[in-house]
Design a protein around this ligand. Structure first.
Ligand code: SF4
Ligand code: SF4
Length: 161
């Protein structure tokens, strides 16, 4: 569980500037326009198998477009880490800000495609077990700082898109 929390918090640290100050984001404006103009037909938005079910995408979505749904059967990803939920993205509420993708720890931590995307999650082939067992360097000070910062759950919601 501790590792799970570290993955989650490390994702936040790596993306805090992006999320809070909209800097260095990986938003594809061209793609965003295509989606908004109806020139791209969205397909699958969540890669359910490699998703680790951390809920980060749901937490960071400014419009509440991502809901975490309980799995019928929890899945053990690695020892001590069980996936109990997966996200579902509601396109009608989505404003294509891409925060969900940019925040996803699989992207934020490991530079792999995030397992959620407002347009099309595409092919996501990852060995999640190997990935999650990689060491993550994060100091206890940083952990404490971020944990305190996030205790104000309204911070992200107040951000203008
Ligand atoms: S891209 Fe859509 S689903 Fe993802 S965070 Fe932005 S509004 Fe929410
Ligand atoms: S899509 Fe990414 S951020 Fe969302 S629950 Fe899955 S692993 Fe976590």
């Amino acid at each position: 569980m501790k590792d799970f929390i570290r993955v989650f918090l490390e994702g936040i640290i790596n993306n805090s500037k992006r999320i809070l100050f909209a800097s260095d984001r990986v938003t594809d404006i061209e793609m965003r326009n295509k989606i908004l103009e109806g020139r791209v037909t969205p397909t699958d938005k969540v890669a359910e198998i490699p998703c680790i079910g951390c809920g980060g995408c749901s937490n960071v979505c400014p419009t509440g477009a991502v809901t975490m749904l309980d799995l019928d059967e929890p899945v053990e990803i690695i020892e001590g880490m069980v996936k109990k939920q997966i996200p579902v993205l509601n396109s009608e509420k989505c404003v294509n800000c891409y925060y969900c993708h940019d925040f996803c720890p699989l992207y934020a931590l490991f530079g792999k495609a995030g397992t959620i995307h407002p347009n099309d999650v595409g092919e996501v082939e990852l060995d999640i077990g190997d990935l999650l067992e990689k060491p993550i360097k994060i100091s206890d000070d940083k952990l404490t700082f971020i944990a305190q910062y996030l205790s104000d759950s309204t911070v992200l919601k107040k951000r203008k898109i």
